[in-house]
Design a protein around this ligand. Sequence first.
Ligand code: NAD
Ligand code: GLY
Length: 371
Amino acid sequence: MSTRITEVNLAERSYPVFSGPGALLAAMDKVSALCPNKRLICVIDETVAPLHLETLKKACGEAQINLHPLIIPPGESQKSFARLEALCHDLLELQVERSEAIAGFGGGVIGDLTGFASAILKRGTGFIQIPTTLLAQVDSSVGGKTAINMAAGKNLIGAFHQPALVIADSAFLQTLPARQMRAGYAEIVKYAALGDEGFFSWLEQHGAAALDGDENRLGEAITRAIAGKAAIVAKDERENGVRALLNLGHSFGHALESQAGYEGALIHGEAVAAGMDTAFAYAVHLELCSQHDHTRLRQHLRSCGLPSCLNETPGGSYTAKAMMHILQNDKKNRNGILRLVLPRSLGDAIVYEETDPSGLESFLHEQLEAC
Ligand code: NAD
Ligand code: GLY
């Protein structure tokens, strides 16, 4: 398999996503065009820097670009006002100009934080996403959502700020721990579950091999997921409609993550897996979706070592009351009405307006007891 290029079509904000093996080198001409001062500032964490900074430095050197890394600690806690302020301070010290691009080189945390700094610094600089986790390659690097967290919930302070270029080189995934690979895979399952039953069947057949390191199958899964996201973002950049479907599993997932505490006991993709299973279970409860489709989803999540049932989800002592509290602050809610992404079948999801929050709370309570 070679590098694939998927275009995110957003008129003057359109950009290419280079994915697969060799993506970094294939994209270096585009990087050069985004570095008018022949300098690339990249934000990277302390875990990724020793593994992959040298590779980027070499590629930049060959393109006569001076790489300037800003290295920060890893982890979700970095998506904070304190880190954002420190990062903006460092970027201003470097006299960043609006015309140059800042690169976020790492997982979704680095991408979300760097993207938000780029969105607000001098009212917006250029931005390049160089994702190094599977989750970031198939989801967070594409589509322009950037954010930091608040105590009230995840990603509540942020901006839409599209990158000018995404470089999702599969070579970076070779150092990713298996748990992080599985968590990223949950987002791939999400695309299939919300909009492409054929892709879901393909994942049932080939997903395990992709996770076990079969490069061709992993490459195909990544490309299909990126294409699925690019198509939805092109239709609805600001999430006024169909883009909300990309949140399948996320509302319940965020409610779990927030209780688990962002310290690694339950990581984002795991929370999304458990959240998707909950969305399917609730859709069955509401008679929106068949038990057969829920069983297929649950079996696939389990076969990949991902959480599914709420009462078996690791990482915290979850309560329905606390989950409801987080759900009430969800960004999708309108006019005080809770809006959930629920499946009608595998490959077909809708936004459902919840008119019976106490019924949902009882359902969650039962699921947390036994599901
Ligand atoms: P992450 O960024 O915390 O990365 C996970 C861990 O893997 C970190 O410790 C990191 O240092 C390490 N790592 C990264 N690349 C590595 C590599 N190649 N080899 C070894 N270790 C590596 O987590 P994530 O799962 O990538 O991203 C989760 C974040 O993304 C959350 O904050 C979530 O809210 C956000 N997100 C954003 C969007 C969006 O549209 N903007 C979508 C989904 C998720
Ligand atoms: N991860 C959901 C979105 O980008 O809309």
